[in-house]
Write a protein that binds this ligand. Structure first.
Ligand SMILES: *[C@@H]1O[C@H](CO)[C@@H](O)[C@H](O)[C@H]1NC(C)=O
Ligand SMILES: *[C@@H]1O[C@H](CO)[C@@H](O)[C@H](O)[C@H]1NC(C)=O
Ligand SMILES: *[C@@H]1O[C@H](CO)[C@@H](O)[C@H](O)[C@H]1NC(C)=O
Ligand SMILES: *[C@@H]1O[C@H](CO)[C@@H](O)[C@H](O)[C@H]1NC(C)=O
Length: 434
């Protein structure tokens, strides 16, 4: 297999998470072991639909909406232009905000026509705007064609975050949007890396966004038996990856966007480089709609392929940011896969899941967690797995899972895993630039 010689580095980061707006707020609170999960019980129902308080799971990792940036909240007027709020679904608004942060961070916000031609976007979402679909269905049932909004279709299209971004910045490189459930964010960043390696672009703005904390989503995931239900009165304890008492994931929302750039291109500009994106591995495990195979074959394959592309071995990798969503089966399967891939290196490896703090951001998870992994490498700090008090009785959880408190460690390389419904798995490998 021949790999491209064009190297890809990360030069900009942007985040909208349940812990805050921007990298600074989200990362400092993550490292301080703070948690963004809250009760949904008192959130009023929308469009007269049965509310969150009628559902088995009543917790969510919500992006704060009050107070604006200074108070850690998302206020669209701080990030968008006049009228955008009516044109853009919430997932698109989060994506645009995170992308603006990343582009500014990369000092790529004042580009020439030629530079714009060589800049592309890979920005997806897992679910998109459930809110617009539900509200429009209800209004259509009641009032028919008369009340149909011309904004309906442009608001619900998954690729509209990418579309709006290119309109704002004039980028004319690849304009792409993956929608691969909870692997969306990782696929977007990995595919963007390939676009740069292949020469389709020199700079790519890539990531994922999700904003579907809606009763329909919680009802659906509850029926699929995916969500945490035992912690409705203690929301901060609900997301507990690898812990004995985990009982499902906590739905989250937000966006993560990176600026990826060809290495020489970034060096010539003299811009700050966070890390190198060295490897990307994909697999499908052709097994079941929602459950992974118990031995985690698909996950192992994705990690091995990422290492192979990166030309690294398990000995080089000090940290895995696990997908681990806090479901019983999923965490076991991933742990088995990690142990197989890192056979012989269990003592030098640490694994944590940041979903204890931010919940499961679905289509945004892979991108947000990629950014946490990049920051772990840059700062030599591994974020903690919240609520991990007791490893389960199986005796299989024998690694260092960074329980409850961040740990310092010199990290040269790290993996971040993403797995999605439909059996789609991806792993990204980031490393310090050598
Ligand atoms: C958002 O910002 C605008 C403009 O500064 C302000 O008028 C509005 O009250 C803010 N909204 C919230 C929810 O903080
Ligand atoms: C934007 O780029 C142009 C052309 O390179 C330059 O003349 C101008 O000073 C830049 N503006 C800012 C605000 O950096
Ligand atoms: C890939 O991820 C999804 C979700 O966990 C799952 O459906 C699929 O089978 C996974 N493979 C694994 C974890 O081996
Ligand atoms: C893992 O499980 C799958 C599905 O049950 C099976 O096809 C495969 O052979 C197993 N792999 C190993 C290494 O046990």
């Amino acid at each position: 297999m021949a790999f491209s010689t064009r190297r890809v580095v990360v030069t900009g980061l942007g985040l909208v998470t349940p812990l805050g707006i921007g990298v600074q707020q989200s990362w400092s609170r993550l490292i301080a072991a703070e948690c963004g999960v809250v009760s949904l019980k008192d959130i009023p129902t929308v469009n007269g639909l049965p509310g969150f308080d009628t559902l088995p799971s009543q917790v969510g990792a919500v992006v704060k909406r009050q107070g604006g940036y200074a108070a850690g909240g998302f206020n669209s007027t701080e990030w968008l232009d006049r009228g955008d709020e009516n044109r853009m679904a919430l997932f698109t608004q989060y994506a645009i905000a995170a992308a603006k942060m990343a582009i500014k961070d990369a000092e790529w916000d004042n580009t020439t026509e030629d530079q714009k031609e060589h800049t592309g976007v890979c920005l997806g979402s897992g679910i998109g705007s459930l809110d617009d679909m539900a509200a429009t269905t209800l209004s259509y049932a009641e009032s028919g064609y008369r009340k149909m909004s011309p904004m309906f279709v442009p608001k619900i299209l998954i690729n509209m975050a990418a579309g709006h971004l290119t309109m704002k910045f004039g980028y004319m490189g690849p304009n792409h949007a993956a929608s691969t459930a909870c692997t969306t964010g990782a696929h977007s960043i990995g595919d963007a890396m390939r676009f740069i390696q292949y020469g389709d672009a020199d700079v790519m703005v890539a990531g994922g966004s999700e904003a579907c904390i809606h009763p329909m989503a919680i009802a659906g995931f509850s029926k699929a038996k995916s969500l945490a239900t035992r912690y409705n009165d203690t929301p901060k304890e609900a997301s507990r990856p690898f812990d004995r008492d985990r009982d499902g994931f906590v739905i989250g929302e937000g966006a993560g966007v990176v600026v990826l750039e060809e290495y020489e291109h970034a060096r010539k500009r003299g811009v700050h480089i966070y890390a190198e994106l060295k490897g990307y591995g994909l697999s499908g495990d052709a097994h079941h709609m929602t459950a992974p195979p118990e031995n985690g074959t698909g996950a192992a394959m994705a990690m091995r392929r990422a290492l192979k592309v990166a030309r690294l071995t398990p000995a080089d990798v000090g940290y895995v940011n696990a997908h681990a969503t806090s479901t019983y089966q999923g965490d076991i399967a991933e742990n088995r896969a990690i142990k197989i891939v890192f056979d012989g290196y269990h003592d030098s490896l640490a694994v944590s899941s940041t979903k204890g703090a931010v919940g499961h951001l679905l289509g945004a998870a892979g991108a947000v967690e990629a950014i946490f992994t990049i920051l772990a490498i840059k700062n030599n700090i591994m974020p903690p797995t919240l609520n991990l008090h007791n490893l389960d009785d199986s005796g299989e959880f024998t690694l260092n899972y960074v329980p409850r408190k961040a740990q310092e460690k010199i990290l040269n390389a790290a993996l971040t895993n993403s797995f999605g419904f439909g059996g789609t798995n991806a792993s990204l490998c980031f490393a310090k630039v050598q």
